[in-house]
Design a protein around this ligand. Structure first.
Ligand code: C2O
Length: 534
């Protein structure tokens, strides 16, 4: 195994998109940022130097961080932010993982422009469990605001309302021609006829689940969230913020140019950015003047496409890559996730939009939870997060008016190696909505999903405990539920939240505290000496 060294200079850089320019926060002046490449079991050292006026922290999304929670990155959860002029060395080992993940800023809304790919190759000499592609390409999907992104969220927090949606989506940093700016170019993906390519697709958007498709080409899904799946063919990929999907693409046409499209998926009556980003799949020899063959993106609320895609995902569950689904469960949790409104004296409408899990709107502490846990600092959090909602109601029916949320920095405590099942039940005082839920520090198995209210008698009988997909971020369907299972084999403090940044900002987040085990390798390591101070 190798040690891989990276240096991330966080710097401002002027960027031009949608025919206008603005300074953006970047890593090394790049948007998307640099790709981290490592092999399974390598150690990665990333020195992050903060040259901007904002506090910064970087999260290595999907990296297990076994015993190294100090390197996980969410601000005020596992570390204090890196202040302007300061630096921090993230030090972690990629144990037992291979595939595509992403890194992103994990503070404020900086991840809008501070994100990039993590490519983890299998150990030397270990092949993929599918034919070796001719070439690999990273495809990062994102969002672009014409205005300053921090100003967008600050304004929303002040008014108590919803922030403006983005002005365009991006594919490898470029929207492609859009009505607002028809002449701008997009990303170009050159291919040779007859060859097979692997696309490592990442959704780094802040607030939008996305559909991704390529005109006249089928995609074979082989991996999600850095776990292998049973290969299946599809026209359309459904990918939520924080998720990654590897697909094989065979260039089975002889020539021409084909549209690559990324468009929003949101099955709820709320505003979304409905501008489709485009790129071009370009066969060698295709004239630059040739017309691009188009494709029609799915309708924004195409839930059947999303459901079919989710139901097609199965763990590879081979001898080499078994699905170790926990069968005996220690903690059965039921989490309602949704949006609500709370009275707000200073807000224009007299109300503020909030979000919650089991009626708890999570409040960020002022020092990191992991430090409070490790050094036994009292008064920072309580470990009484409710495992069930305070009152039962018709979660996906008409919303009762008396469901108020309570502020709290409450965690749920787990013994080392205990097993957990969480039913994530969508609800909402405003409207049901899609919620991509991400758990730090673990992969989980998605053992079931459905529409409407979870039925505790009938639904568990239909759970897939054999080859459910294993991932770190799951799209809970709008007005439906998802059941996940994991083993708490990683001591530390682990954030769980909606990966739509607007919902995280509103409080749709909580954390687990996992105590040390008894064995020598079952303890959280001590913090590094350069851990940032608050
Ligand atoms: Cu990708 Cu807590 O985030």
């Amino acid at each position: 195994c190798l040690v891989r060294h990276y240096k991330f200079n966080v710097v401002m850089k002027k960027a031009t998109r949608l025919c206008s320019s603005k300074p953006i926060v970047t890593v090394n002046g790049k948007f998307p940022g640099p790709t981290i490449v490592a092999r399974e079991d390598d150690t990665v050292l990333v020195k992050v130097v903060n040259h901007v006026k904002y506090n910064v922290s970087i999260h290595w999304h999907g990296i297990r961080q076994l015993r190294t929670g100090w390197a996980d990155g969410p601000a005020y959860i596992t570390q204090c932010p890196i202040q302007p002029g300061q630096n921090y060395l993230y030090n972690f080992t990629v144990t037992g993982q291979r595939g595509t993940l992403l890194w992103h800023a994990h503070i404020l809304w900086l991840r809008a422009t501070v994100h990039g790919a993590i490519v983890i190759l299998p150990k030397r000499g270990v092949p993929y469990p599918f034919p070796t592609p001719h070439k690999e390409e990273v495809i990062v999907l994102g969002e672009w605001w014409k205005s300053d992104v921090e100003a967008v969220v600050n304004e929303a927090m002040k008014s108590g309302g919803a922030p403006n949606v983005s002005d365009a989506h991006t594919i490898n940093g470029h929207p492609g021609p859009v009505p607002a700016c028809p002449s701008q170019g997009g990303f170009n993906l050159p291919v040779e006829s007859g060859k097979t390519y692997m696309l490592r697709i990442i959704n780094a958007a802040l607030n939008e689940e996305l559909f991704f498709k390529i005109a006249c080409h089928k995609l074979t899904v082989v991996e999600v969230d850095a776990t292998y799946v049973k290969p299946f063919k599809t026209d359309t990929i459904v990918i939520a913020p924080g998720q990654t999907t590897n697909v094989l693409l065979t260039a089975d046409r002889t020539s021409g140019k084909y549209l690559v499209a990324a468009s929003p998926f949101m099955d709820a009556p709320i505003a979304v950015d409905n501008v489709t980003a485009s790129a071009t799949l370009h066969y060698s020899g295709a004239l630059s003047s040739a017309a691009t063959i188009l494709t029609v993106p799915p309708p924004q609320n195409a839930t059947p496409i999303a459901a079919t895609f989710a139901n097609s995902l199965r763990s590879l569950n081979s001898k080499k890559y078994p699905a170790n689904v926990p069968l005996k469960i220690d903690h059965f949790l039921f989490f309602t996730i949704g949006l609500g409104v709370n009275p707000c004296a200073t807000c224009a409408t007299g109300n503020r939009v909030v979000a919650d899990i089991n009626n708890v709107t999570f409040v960020m502490p002022t020092i990191s939870l992991l430090q409070a846990h490790f050094f036994n600092i009292s008064g920072v959090f309580t470990d009484d997060f409710p495992g069930n909602p305070p009152v039962q109601f018709n979660y996906t029916g008409t919303q009762p008016s008396n469901v108020q949320t309570n502020n709290g920095t409450r965690l749920y405590r787990l013994a080392y190696n205990s097993t957990v099942q969480i039913v994530l039940q969508d609800t909402g005082m405003i409207a049901p909505e899609n919620h991509p839920i991400h758990l730090h520090g673990f992969n989980f198995f998605e053992v079931g999903r459905g529409v409407g209210n979870f039925n505790p008698k009938k639904d568990p009988k239909k759970f897939n405990l054999v080859d459910p997909v294993e991932r770190n971020t799951v799209g809970v369907p709008s007005g439906g539920w998802t059941a996940i299972r994991f083993r708490a084999d990683n001591p530390g403090v682990w954030f769980m939240h909606c990966h739509l940044e607007v919902h995280t900002t509103w409080g749709l987040k909580m954390a687990f505290v996992v105590d040390n085990g008894k064995g020598p390798n079952e303890c959280l390591l001590p913090p590094p000496p350069d851990l940032p101070k608050c």
